[in-house]
Design a protein around this ligand. Structure first.
Ligand code: HEC
Ligand code: HEC
Length: 247
């Protein structure tokens, strides 16, 4: 069982993984998540793997097209249970433990991502387990407001994003996450959204939009990406509306 859990093929490598986890805990205690990733693995497999995949590869849509990772389950295993790719390096490198914790505790308000599945120290433990998938260096993200032209952003959004995320950011159940979700907008800063659009989620169908990125289908100028961010923020009901940007 533990072999499957850790995704290793032999007893030796399973043992090695356990050693590596323990070594990781001791050597990186000051930067690593406070939780216990060994318990976190158990909590994750019991509560999260059905939707997010056993290795955080995400899951869902016909042939796993939602994330590209669902294929790991085989073509016949198509399920209504879908969830974002959590082991994506672009996602992990820009996402804080607090973002993960809040999302796990509160879920998303559309309830496609149920909150309250785990509580207490299990939350820290599952965050520590997810954090172990991160190989890329962390990238700083600010809380600063992006001041840009939401009207111009709306046009870009409808051209490049609406087909997948819905005309009003409502997402498409079983395919793409909602961007107008209040719990999402509470945790995701403007800069976090901006960087997600810039680099995409390269283990999923969510392409990067930054100019010059070879994986981009559509390239945008930095200012255009900021305009899209400003438009997405107009869906945030808790935020003070940005003067002059709501058209
Ligand atoms: C081909 C479909 C597609 C297009 C086009 C697309 N996205 Fe996405 N997007 C996705 C999927 C699928 C995900 C979830 C990826 C994953 O598994 O993590 C995603 C994730 C995101 C996220 C992270 C949401 C979250 O819950 O963390 C943001 C923000 C986002 N997209 C914004 C945009 C914007 C803005 C555009 C247009 C510039 C865009 N996307 C275009 C499919 C798409
Ligand atoms: C019933 C399916 C389901 C379960 C169970 C589930 N999730 Fe989710 N999760 C989702 C969906 C779907 C989303 C994207 C929300 C949307 O579509 O708007 C998501 C989003 C997330 C996100 C945000 C990812 C991003 O790209 O911004 C995190 C983090 C997350 N889930 C972690 C977990 C953890 C940890 C567990 C277990 C404690 C869990 N989820 C259980 C379906 C699920």
């Amino acid at each position: 069982m533990e072999k499957d859990l850790l995704g290793r093929g032999s007893n030796f490598s399973a043992l090695f993984t356990v050693f590596a986890l323990v070594a990781f805990l001791f050597t990186t205690a000051s930067v690593a998540s406070a939780g216990n990733p060994i318990n976190g693995a158990k909590v994750y497999q019991e509560n999260c793997a059905t939707c997010h995949g056993d290795k955080g590869q995400g899951r869902g849509g016909p042939d796993g097209w939602f994330t590209g990772g669902g294929m790991a389950y085989g073509k016949s295993n198509i399920s209504d249970a879908v969830g974002n790719t959590l082991n994506d390096q672009n996602f992990l490198s820009q996402t804080s433990d607090d973002f993960l914790k809040q999302t796990i505790v509160k879920g998303r308000s559309n309830e496609r991502m149920p909150g309250g599945l785990v509580s207490g120290s299990d939350v820290d433990d599952v965050v520590a387990y997810i954090r172990n998938w991160q190989k890329a260096a962390s990238i700083p993200v600010t809380d600063d407001t992006v001041w840009a032209n939401a009207g111009a952003g709306k046009e870009l959004y409808l051209e490049s994003c609406g087909e997948c995320h819905g005309k009003n950011g409502e997402g498409i159940e079983g395919f793409s996450p909602a961007l107008n979700d209040q719990n999402f907008l509470d945790v995701a800063s403007d800069d976090w959204i901006r960087q997600t659009i810039q680099r995409g989620r390269t283990s999923s169908v969510m392409r990067p939009y930054e100019r010059g990125n070879p994986l981009a289908n559509v390239e945008m100028e930095p200012r255009e990406i900021e305009n899209v961010v400003a438009y997405i923020r107009t869906w945030d009901k808790n935020n003070k509306p940005i003067p002059g940007l709501n058209n």
